[in-house]
Design a protein around this ligand. Sequence first.
Ligand SMILES: CC(C)(COP(=O)(O)OP(=O)(O)OC[C@H]1O[C@@H](n2cnc3c(N)ncnc32)[C@H](O)[C@@H]1OP(=O)(O)O)[C@@H](O)C(=O)NCCC(=O)NCCS
Length: 172
Amino acid sequence: MTDMKPPCAITIRPQMIKDAAAFYRILNEGNFDFFPVTVKSVEAEKRFLRQSRIHWQKQQTWNFTIMLGSKVVGAIGIIPEKSRSYNAEIGYFIDREQHGHGFALQAAIQVEQFALIFCPQIKRLQAFIVVENTPSIKVIEKAGYHKEGRLQSYLKCGDKYLDAYIYGKIIR
Ligand SMILES: CC(C)(COP(=O)(O)OP(=O)(O)OC[C@H]1O[C@@H](n2cnc3c(N)ncnc32)[C@H](O)[C@@H]1OP(=O)(O)O)[C@@H](O)C(=O)NCCC(=O)NCCS
């Protein structure tokens, strides 16, 4: 009998305007090298979240907050392509203080379940990951996505254009 602890479980829920300060802190303190999103202020993040709610209502994007109990620890979203809405991109980030607990993988599995149940139009999920982003590559491969190719200078992170792998998973 080992003394291994079971992993902590996260949950996902639709994003709320009150998450703005947490996302602002996580994204700015995180200073993530391979995540091409920055936030100028908490107000700017609130504007993004208001837009995000409208997009959810129109079934254009589904953005979720990742919760550990009552604490915001990250975000994950499903974004269908405009002209091919059966293809949807997933993207995620986790608070730097909470890395290494498998939270992103749990969230990736939960959004896939959401897409399977609530988004019958989505056939394929895909992710674009900077080739040096080892943690994210591990997450997406454990979630069952297949590497489909390398896209040159595909993601702009800061002032650099970086090569990305495209990963895909056919969900139905
Ligand atoms: C990518 C990210 C979401 C992973 O979240 P997480 O909840 O910490 O993921 P996990 O705990 O499952 O860790 C993933 C794996 O990477 C490993 N890892 C973590 N940091 C690492 C590092 N610096 N170098 C190599 N491997 C690393 C972990 O040990 C784990 O490996 P394992 O599955 O073999 O145990 C998180 O690192 C993050 O928020 N990064 C910034 C935003 C980002 O890059 N998002 C993805 C855009 S495509």
